[in-house]
Design a protein around this ligand. Structure first.
Ligand code: NAG
Ligand code: NAG
Length: 585
């Protein structure tokens, strides 16, 4: 009797579950850091080996004109996560600092923004982020975690709340305001020397400086030393940390085992969630400097330590694909591979390669700064080997995921479009007639793909001043800037047709392009309409020139280091801990 009932209940449950079979796919999104489009085999590189990325392309759809919304990590990632230009979340910068510099700053992705992870979470997905975040941690006190991935839609987080950067390895140099650090060092040295001189003169009775004056000077000197030494001298401890959810598990992080641990975490997340819809965002630390030196890949590529790094990154992609496939998840998992922006061309040994495209990282207008790899694989649903040449954006991921997760709730205005019609081939026209290319908060260029035409016009309102002139980058400043003397404004703007001139080598003139005047006019109108869409005020503006209503997250006041926001394991300021290394094996 009980057995019968048990069988009956079982059958019923099975039938019910079967009739509600979840047709929604899983998502595995992989983003490389600073990888150039020219660094990848299937994008034309025949000397670097990326067989695993190339395999995804063979089995899926390759986007040849996939565009990042900004040429640097923080704003590009903000736009990717939210499906909206970074300006809308206050992550566009007015000045030289365009990425978050200290984990203990208060800027970051505002709690009022919605990410694709949050939308999927609401749809019943289990969501995880493994790897780099770089969109802030705390707002007002250590541990409020207002910008933390756990509060932006990720059930699980393991990785770098900040980023990999040179300061993570002693001797690799300082990436953070090195000139400010130097100026502060000189100032403290000057103060120290004057103090010594005064004391010396007094001791020998040559000067009757009061003890009070000397004491004050001593205090000022100590304060000046502390102001540069505490935030800058401990950058490795402050910024190079690993968190699991909201706990700091390693500080400073151990680079040697980081690759293995991140890969393991990604694979475990997939296996753990194999029988329910999941989203994994694997945000790699590769191929940002300082470059990893894994023994298995060291010296194996034809392109030095940078090439070794790219090939190791490709190996990670292969391992993750293998995990998806071996669990039988391939046919209901959409895999995506991209980079956050173009390669860093100012560093010829340790930087990336943007192929035929002009410019690179930090250049918001030139194609090399923003055109990145974009590959989707979903066997059974997406055609294998398809190439889409239409303009697409990293901001398209948000509406695409939303669509596939059957999230029909209307949302705030988005700047991306659902990519499924283009990926599946039911449409051959991108919905992006216009795209706006930002450098910080400044509108650098407008892209127009006129209906019914192959042309992709790009109108540059300003271009970065290369230094030394004639080179393709800004050597002295390490990366190009977007404002002031660092750029040249063009009136009339420079116009290129990327369809005929993808390298942006020959600006068009009214004589050789009959639509020249029309291009300027349409781009101008579109930019004005776009600006209008930014002025739907929500809160009073704080910094002049900001999107009205959106407080800037990139002001000095938000960016600078402050002790009470510093994530720390142990007792502040003696932060330090190490994760159990056996995890890696
Ligand atoms: C391949 O990538 C390497 C490393 O960035 C670069 O030096 C080389 O020029 C690239 N080759 C081609 C053909 O694009
Ligand atoms: C996955 O889809 C492909 C293409 O439609 C099909 O050939 C294959 O048999 C499917 N695999 C599984 C495990 O269903």
């Amino acid at each position: 009797m009980y057995v019968c009932m048990y069988v009956y209940v079982c059958v019923c449950v099975c039938v019910c579950v079967w009739s509600h079979v979840d047709t929604r796919p899983n998502f595995v999104l992989i983003m490389a850091d600073d990888l150039g489009i020219g660094d990848v085999g299937c994008y034309g590189n025949n000397t670097i080996r990326t067989p695993n990325i190339d395999r995804l392309a063979q089995e899926g759809v390759t986007l040849s004109q996939h565009i990042a919304a900004a040429p640097l990590c923080t704003p590009s990632r903000a736009a990717f996560m939210t499906g909206r230009y970074a300006l809308r979340s206050g992550l566009g910068s007015h000045g030289r600092v365009q990425v978050l510099l200290f984990l203990a700053g208060s800027g970051g992705l505002p709690p009022t923004e919605t990410t694709f992870a949050k939308r999927l979470q609401k749809q019943g997905y289990t969501t995880g982020l493994v790897g780099k975040w770089h969109l802030g941690v705390n707002c007002a006190s250590r541990g409020d975690h207002c910008h933390h991935p756990n509060h932006h839609g990720f059930h699980y987080f393991y990785g770098l709340p900040f980023t990999l950067f040179n300061n993570c390895v002693p001797g690799e140099g300082n990436d953070v305001l090195a000139d400010v650090e130097l100026a502060l060092q000189h100032l403290s040295l000057l103060l120290g020397l004057s103090l010594l001189t005064l004391v010396w003169l007094r001791v020998f009775g040559l000067l009757s400086a009061s003890v009070r004056l000397l004491a004050t000077l001593a205090c000022v000197t100590v304060a000046a030393v502390a102001v540069w030494f505490v935030p800058f001298g401990f950058l490795q401890t402050w910024n190079c940390i690993v968190m699991r959810d909201q706990e700091v598990v390693e500080q400073p992080m151990v680079m040697e085992t980081l690759t293995q641990r991140m890969l393991k975490e990604a694979q475990n997340f997939i296996s753990r969630n194999a029988d329910q819809p999941f989203l994994l965002f694997l945000s790699l630390a590769h191929v940002h400097t300082p470059l990893f030196h894994s023994p298995a890949f060291a010296g194996k590529s034809h392109h030095g330590v940078y090439g070794d790094n790219v090939e190791e990154m490709d190996w990670i992609v292969g391992q993750v694909t293998e995990t998806v496939d071996s669990l039988g998840l391939a046919n209901n998992t959409m895999m995506y591979f991209t980079s956050d922006h173009g390669g860093h061309i100012e560093d010829p040994i340790r930087g990336g390669w943007n192929g035929i495209y002009k410019g690179g990282k930090a250049m918001g207008g030139w194609e090399g700064g923003i055109r990145v790899p974009g590959i989707f694989r979903w066997p059974g649903r997406l055609p294998a080997g398809r190439v889409v040449d239409e303009p697409t954006s990293l901001m398209d991921l948000y509406p695409t995921l939303k669509h596939l997760a059957q999230d029909t709730q209307t949302d705030r205005p988005l700047d991306g479009y659902n990519l499924m019609p283009l990926l599946e081939g039911s449409s051959d026209r991108s919905q992006h007639q216009f795209m706006f290319h930002y450098c910080g908060v400044y509108l650098n260029a407008v892209r127009w793909h006129p209906p019914g035409s192959d042309s992709v016009f790009k109108v540059h309102y300003f271009t970065p001043n290369f230094s030394p002139p004639g080179t393709g980058g800004c050597h002295e400043k390490h990366i190009c800037q977007c404002h002031g003397d660092h750029v040249t404004h063009h009136d009339p703007p420079l116009v290129y047709d990327l369809f005929h001139d993808p390298s942006e080598s020959r600006p068009l003139t009214p004589a050789d392009e009959p639509r020249f005047a029309e291009v300027l006019e349409r781009a101008g109108e579109a930019a004005a309409g776009h600006r209008g869409s930014l002025t739907e005020a929500r809160e009073p503006s704080r910094a002049p020139g900001d999107e009205p209503g959106v407080p800037s997250q990139m002001s000095w006041e938000k960016i600078l280091w402050r002790p009470w926001l510093q994530p720390c394991c142990g007792t502040f300021p003696f932060c330090g801990c190490q994760e159990n290394a056996t995890l890696a094996t």
